[in-house]
Design a protein around this ligand. Structure first.
Ligand code: BDP
Length: 707
């Protein structure tokens, strides 16, 4: 059949149309789903060839050369990655070998033997970690010519804490709903779970607490355990163990008992049976995370027992199976009128030495609650006989949720490097949580996950960097945040210096920028009530004083700040004398922590020579200015990065600029009612009056429990 000229034209229009559509789709295809695991062909031919000649073959060297799902995953990742990046499909072989014990259970060694890369490990998971490490090196264009690296994690349990609810919502989650689809589990495990596991394993995360700390006892029922077991099976291949939050009152709620008293034999027997049952579903179950007697959650104190009694009861039930209890120290008592910054310490420090060996006390990085900046929690260094776990929050509850760029590696680094002086010089928080300071083998670091079922996982495309950074620091807490920013940017956006330099600069400035426009100079907890998004320095009159803002900033006509020295709450006395002296004396206290520890008059002379009021105002303005600079930087990247991601971040930066101004204007107008001073030169006048900001309600902020 011959075509008419018209149908010929139609045919060719269709072909060209399809081609154009395909080309356009390819151009616009990047929705961020692949995270940092992008294996696009390296376009620089000489770089590609140099790398390709080194990876003609891959050899896995491990004691048990039998195939396993994990080794298969390593092969699969390398095949996809190396073919994508370099266009090679290397031969892969597994040989039986016994690498040195120093590699431990999860470490690996990466070497080359001519054109063969050798990945050695004592267990298959180490091989998988080595595979991801190799791919990272290629993605970031590091030479493999003389490669010989040994890498062993410093912290044993590197966990994401998902605050996911049974109904699919995520508490303080800003990236969509839960990744766990309880409705279709256990029959269907979404392919996405494998991609989640790949991403976690690529940075060494080896555990996931699947459920909200405000726990639901139903997760411990057989129906839910069966579903959880299906997830655990998929995650296991990637070295990820599953953990659950345990509701302390579960024996009453799902067990039909009259009490949850941890010293009651029936209650203890219930937990023993429950643990046996859990392990019958999930043989490598990691253990429980528990929020007890905190913000209305049930706990041992309901029965006049201690946190140690509660934790030990669960620990005893889990111990025969190798499980652990992570007992949270985020506790501030309803009765105690004392400075909230002291309460966690007051509750837990006296219990040091009373916990079972399989209990970790999980402590938030600071004593209040994941603020943009906090000094380290006074419990770090105060419980040498107890393994202390770190709890960071990746999800940015108080740093603009998923609408604002706040790269958190500098925050994590600042905390991990802080010297508590607990045991002489050099007792950093990092060394306390990795167990080396006090000789503990059990060690935990957790990050409240910023993941959700948004197509790009984290809502803000650049917030993927925070998942990445958490994992990298969990593996090695001595890594520098600048190096992490550089790695992530190269893996995500490619190696063009014109892209890498500006994006890493934005990332590295971003956390300080958020501090500047929201809570500068040590101000804290002055956010809006409930949803916690945006400013609310005027928040007062809540059921508890320490839920308000006025409790924390203490602004009066005389001055501002929370005196935590001996003349005030004396919270500093809970810390080592060197630490207390450093922050307690104005001569040494860094500006960043000034109003956290000191109440000062508005005209207090700052290091800069300016009055405190002017300094506060200029910090707010600086925060706004930085965001505006990023907007220009980002605009200049148009055409150099994927258009879809570019456009997405452009609109988010627009939100961030608006929010930064909103914070600045609201806070300065409010504090000005006390300082009664004019805004210094260089600070823009506010757009609206104070009432406007007080009455402003954002339309919908996701992530509230029960909302
Ligand atoms: C606060 C959150 C709240 C959490 C609580 C916690 O606002 O939703 O339940 O921390 O860590 O930051 O328990």
């Amino acid at each position: 059949m011959t075509r008419s000229p018209a149908s010929n034209l139609r045919h060719w229009m269709l072909v060209v149309g399809c081609w154009m559509f395909g080309a356009l789709a390819a151009l616009r295809a990047d929705d961020g789903y692949r995270l940092w695991l992008r294996y696009d062909r390296i376009s620089d031919e000489s770089a590609r060839t140099a790398l390709a000649t080194r990876v003609q073959a891959i050899r896995f060297a491990c004691p048990n050369a039998n195939d396993s799902a994990t080794l298969a995953a390593a092969r699969q990742e390398l095949t996809a990655g190396l073919h994508g990046l370099l266009g090679v499909v290397p031969r892969m072989q597994t040989v039986a070998a016994t690498p040195t014990a120093e590699l431990g259970d999860e470490g690996f060694r990466l070497q080359h033997d001519g054109a063969t890369i050798v990945i050695s490990a004592r267990r298959d998971i180490g091989i998988l970690y080595g595979a991801f490490d190799l791919l990272r090196r290629i993605q970031t264009r590091q030479s493999l010519d003389a490669i010989d690296v040994t890498s062993v994690p410093k912290i044993q349990r590197r966990l994401l804490n998902h605050w996911d609810n049974l109904n699919g919502t995520v508490a303080r989650g800003y990236a969509g709903g839960s990744l766990w689809n309880w409705f279709t589990l256990p029959d269907h495990v979404d392919a996405r779970i494998t991609d989640y596991a790949r991403a976690c394993a690529s940075v060494g995360i080896n555990g996931a607490v699947l459920t909200n700390v405000n726990a639901n006892a139903r997760f411990l029922t057989p129906q839910m355990l069966e579903k959880t077991a299906a997830l655990a099976t998929t995650l296991r291949t990637y070295g990820i163990r599953v953990y659950l939050t345990a509701r302390f009152s579960a024996p009453v709620e799902i067990g039909g008992l009259k009490t949850a008293d941890p010293l009651d034999p029936e209650v203890r027997a219930w937990w023993v049976k429950k643990a046996d049952e859990i392990y019958s579903y999930i043989p490598d179950f990691g253990g429980f995370l528990v929020k007890a007697n905190s913000e209305g959650q049930p706990g041992p104190q309901d029965y006049k027992r201690t946190h140690a009694d509660g934790a030990n009861m669960m620990a005893d039930a889990l111990a025969p199976h190798g499980g652990i209890v992570m007992w949270r120290a985020f506790v501030y008592s309803h009765e105690a009128p004392d400075d909230r910054a002291k309460q966690g310490h007051q509750e837990f420090a006296p219990l040091d030495g009373q916990f079972r060996p399989n209990v970790v006390v999980q402590v938030k990085n600071g004593p209040i609650d994941f603020m943009p900046r906090e000094p380290v929690h006074p419990l770090f260094g105060a419980m040498p006989q107890t393994p202390l776990g770190m709890e960071f929050q990746i999800s940015q509850e108080y740093l603009g949720c998923s609408t604002q760029l706040a790269f958190l590696a500098p925050l994590f680094e600042e905390v991990l490097e802080t010297d508590t002086h607990a045991n002489g010089i050099g007792t950093t928080v990092g060394r306390i949580i990795d167990g080396s300071a006090d000789g503990h083998t059990l060690s935990v670091i957790a990050g409240v996950a910023n993941t959700g079922n948004d197509r790009n996982w984290t809502g803000h495309p650049l917030a993927q960097s925070n998942w990445y950074a958490f994992g990298r620091l969990a593996w090695d807490h001595t890594l520098a945040s600048a190096a992490i920013a550089d790695e992530w940017t190269r893996m995500t956006f490619g190696n063009d210096a014109k892209v890498v330099a500006p994006i890493t600069r934005m990332l590295l400035e971003s956390r300080e920028t958020v501090v500047n426009y929201s809570m500068p100079l040590g101000l804290h907890h002055i956010m809006a009530e409930g949803h916690h998004y945006g400013p609310g320095p005027w928040v007062a009159d809540l059921p508890r004083a320490d839920w308000t803002s006025v409790y924390y900033h203490r602004a009066t006509e005389q001055g501002i700040g929370f005196d935590r020295t001996a003349t005030g709450s004396n919270a500093l006395a809970l810390q080592a004398p060197e630490f207390a002296k450093f922050y307690g004396e104005l001569a040494t206290c860094p500006d960043e922590f000034l109003l956290w520890f000191h109440h000062l008059p508005w005209d207090h002379k700052m290091r800069s020579g300016r009055a405190l009021w002017d300094e506060i105002a200029l910090h707010y303005q600086k925060g706004v200015d930085s965001v505006r600079t990023w907007q220009k930087t980002w605009a200049s990247l148009e055409g150099s990065i994927d258009p879809q991601i570019h456009a997405h971040v452009t609109s988010l930066l627009c939100i961030q600029e608006r929010e930064a101004r909103h914070w600045r204007d609201a806070c300065l107008l409010y504090f000005q009612t006390f300082s009664k001073r004019p805004l210094p030169a260089g600070v823009e006048p506010p757009e609206h009056d104070l009432n406007y900001y007080k009455n402003y309600q954002p339309a919908y902020v996701p992530g509230r429990d029960g909302a």
